[in-house]
Design a protein around this ligand. Structure first.
Ligand SMILES: [Ca+2]
Length: 350
């Protein structure tokens, strides 16, 4: 409250001192419309207090809440060149990442097998997501999550979304899963080794080792169980794989693929339905595995996806592909997960 009164007083002083001409200039008016980050965080604190968070928690969080200019610039940055899967995959799924994934898979196989069986998820997908989200826990982001989320809420483009995430972050702290000092994440507020947003943490995080905390930052069993639980809750089927890259015959009608357009869930699922056919129907249309062999003879439905349009790579996507698109609605991300999982081990190649 003191800060708000102070800034009003300063504004009045400046106004009085420099006169009416400056008062009418755009910059002064714009400054008055947008509150300072400090004012904004005070209002946010009042809102949190009204929601019933404890004073101790609020003092801890708000006494060090910081505006991060770099968070804003990262949110606004655009890719500098046009990426295709041919350029993206070797970067995201590099030789070093592949060998690390294989090494981690072997190292944690007993734990991964137990958790994989419990949730019904093949361990290679747990390891692939772990590797692509945080490079196996090595890069989780170093921003204080509440500060990153408050900065993005203050920036205003998606205020309601980031405010909701901010309050979920307070919920996680209030429940004692992680200390405030250790609640680190990406500039966008994605947390821990699985890079869950706070809302995903609330929905999917698990206590894999049974110590009462869901620690996706430092506890490997909690990380694996949380990733597996996310996939399970979204309908993962561990009897099937994610999909596969395919060869199309000359003269293939590209209209069979999922039509281009928004990846918003509802619209995308409708276009999926229009493309979806059984593997035997795709076989009849001349679609083959990337090595030229016939498709598996299994009763499986799949949709056809062109991540780079009809002149780029083609993929038959199974039901599990939809689950990965729920995790991150990006054909490139999902393809990199499946591609890496297949390189770790391909025991269920259908
Ligand atoms: Ca735990």
């Amino acid at each position: 409250m003191f800060r708000i009164k102070f800034s009003v007083a300063v504004t009045q002083f400046i106004t009085a001192a420099v006169g009416a001409a400056v008062l009418l200039s755009g910059s002064v008016l714009a400054d008055e419309v947008k509150p300072s980050f400090s004012d904004y965080s005070q209002a946010l604190k009042a809102e949190a207090k009204a929601k019933g968070y404890s004073n101790d928690l609020l003092e801890q969080v708000f006494s060090s809440l910081t505006f991060h200019e770099r968070v804003v610039s990262a949110d606004k940055s655009q890719p500098e060149f046009v990426e295709t899967l041919d350029t993206y995959l070797p970067k995201r799924v590099s030789e070093i990442r592949i060998s690390m994934a294989k090494e981690r898979y072997v190292k944690y196989l007993p734990e991964l097998t137990k958790i994989g069986n419990k949730y019904g998820v093949q361990p290679r997908f747990i390891v692939a997501l772990w590797g692509l989200e945080s490079s196996f826990g090595r890069f989780m982001g170093n921003y204080s999550v509440p500060s990153a989320l408050a900065t993005l809420a203050y920036e205003g483009r998606r205020e309601a979304f980031f405010k909701k995430e901010f309050f979920h972050a307070l919920d996680i702290l209030a429940a004692g899963h992680i200390s405030f000092a250790d609640m680190k994440g990406s500039w966008a507020g994605a947390m821990g080794q699985s890079q869950f947003m706070p809302s995903s943490f609330m929905a999917y995080a698990q206590d894999g080792d049974g110590d009462g905390k869901m620690d996706i930052w430092t506890n490997q069993l909690d990380v694996f169980a949380s990733i597996a639980n996310y996939l399970k809750q979204q309908g993962w089927d561990n009897d099937k794989t994610w999909g596969r890259r395919v060869l199309l015959p000359d003269g293939f009608d590209p209209a069979h693929a999922i039509a281009k357009g928004s990846l918003q869930r509802g619209e995308w699922l409708k276009r999926w339905q229009q493309s979806e056919r059984s593997l035997s129907q795709w076989h009849a249309l001349g679609v083959k595995r990337i090595n030229g062999a016939d498709l598996p003879q299994r009763d499986i439905n799949a949709a056809l996806i062109f991540p780079d349009g009809e002149n780029g790579q083609a993929y038959l996507a199974y039901e599990n592909y939809k689950v990965l698109m729920h995790w991150n609605k990006s054909y490139y991300f999902v393809t990199s997960v499946g591609y890496l999982a297949d390189l770790i081990v391909a025991k269920d190649a259908s």
